[in-house]
Write a protein that binds this ligand. Structure first.
Ligand SMILES: [Mg+2]
Length: 94
């Protein structure tokens, strides 16, 4: 699945769920929360925390879904965003 398709699927999920979209800053706060959950998983996997809180795969999924949701709110084309950033970083290895 490419990024544009993922963006459409996230939008469709909200349509089907029939829930009101959160304001942009709420989405951003949720993204930060999901990043924190990735951090907790990493602490367990690296042996710095004992209690398993959740699965790293699930938490990356939650964070990615929320990230895409935020990008959609700003009408960003993530394929274009990715191409641009890859071009930017390509310059560092020449
Ligand atoms: Mg989560």
């Amino acid at each position: 699945m490419d990024l544009k398709e993922a963006q459409k699927k996230v939008d469709k999920w909200f349509e089907k769920a029939g829930v009101e979209k959160w304001p942009k800053f709420v989405i951003f706060a949720r993204l930060v929360e999901e990043i924190g959950e990735i951090s907790k998983c990493m602490n367990v996997k690296e042996g710095y925390q004992r209690k398993e809180v959740s699965d790293l795969n699930d938490e990356f999924g939650d964070a990615l879904f929320t990230f895409i949701l935020l990008a959609n709110e700003y009408n960003l084309d993530l394929n274009e965003v990715m191409e641009d950033v890859l071009e930017k970083y390509r310059k560092y290895i020449k």
